[in-house]
Ligand binder design. Structure first.
Ligand code: 2HA
Ligand code: ZN
Length: 272
């Protein structure tokens, strides 16, 4: 069967659009940020011969639960700014090989590159999210300015952090009633931060890396993007009003907002 042009694939378009938007929003300076998107074998098979492996790349950790799964992933050291103009160099499509510790490159990383340095956090987060939501597909990492700024003035207590967001913008509890997980400042790019992130991902779709950035997850690019976007917008409101706070959204209103949308807010935050 003749294969379709990979540059027309919706998943390549989505990666180009998401990275371009994130760059222009000022969230992903230089090589900051990374995205991985789990793809179905059939959808990729329309564009690529799945028996043709360009080369293999060691993962450096065990990904056994994801054997056979295919991901489109941003490349290490690559700039979000450049993905749209050269997706084949800045993105790659990899399949987790049968040994569970190798990735098979099916397309991309044209200059000999490889996947993001945050591959452990991404793969471990996919495993954690899939265990609670079989329709999960996207892990998105970003460095949005106001979210990181909030870390310098807020405690790393995730319930306190979530409460401050919910109190600042009525959309917050509606978009993330399950709250935001927060990790303390850690060395990034390691298996350790991957394990810690995945542990949080069993309970949260959003995880903040203190003084570094945020992870958002979802079934679609829009969902993952929209979660980060709403946290960042809310963090901006919080930071702009610091030192001048007269009104915050009362717990009763936050609770009523959640009720209106049939949502259950994370427990232990609201005093109602
Ligand atoms: O890839 O965002 O966390 C650059 C980063 C590292
Ligand atoms: Zn980062």
């Amino acid at each position: 069967m003749v294969k379709k042009n990979i540059f027309d694939a919706p998943f390549v378009k989505e990666m180009r659009e998401a990275t371009a938007n994130m760059y222009r929003l000022g969230w992903d300076e230089r090589n900051g940020g990374n995205i991985s998107y789990m793809l179905g074998e059939e959808e990729v098979g329309e564009y690529l011969d799945l028996s043709e492996v360009i080369r293999t790349i060691p993962t450096g950790f065990d990904v056994t639960p994801l054997i056979g799964k295919i991901f489109i992933v941003t490349g290490t050291g690559k700039y979000f700014k450049n993905v749209d103009k050269d997706p084949e160099t800045n993105l790659g499509i990899v399949r987790i090989a049968k040994d569970g510790t190798t990735a098979e490159l099916l397309w991309g990383y044209k200059d000999g590159g490889k996947f993001t340095s945050e591959f452990p956090a991404h793969m471990m987060s996919h495993m954690a999210r899939l265990s609670v939501d079989p329709t999960h597909r996207i892990v998105m990492h970003s460095h949005p300015t106001y979210t990181i700024a909030m870390n310098t003035v807020c405690s790393t207590d995730e319930k306190e952090f979530t409460h401050k967001l919910w109190q600042s913008n009525t959309e917050a509890v509606v978009v993330f009633p399950d709250g935001v997980g927060v990790l303390p400042c850690m060395v990034c790019g390691t298996n350790e931060i991957g394990i810690a992130t995945a542990e949080k991902m069993k309970h949260f779709r959003l995880v903040v890396w203190t003084n570094h950035g945020i992870y958002g997850t979802g079934r679609t690019m829009d969902e993952a993007f929209g979660l980060i976007e709403t946290v960042e917008k809310t963090a901006q409101i919080y930071m702009l009003s610091l030192g001048h706070i007269v009104n915050v959204i009362p717990d009763q209103i936050i609770s009523d907002l959640a009720k209106l949308w049939n949502l259950t807010p994370l427990e232990g935050i609201l005093k109602v």
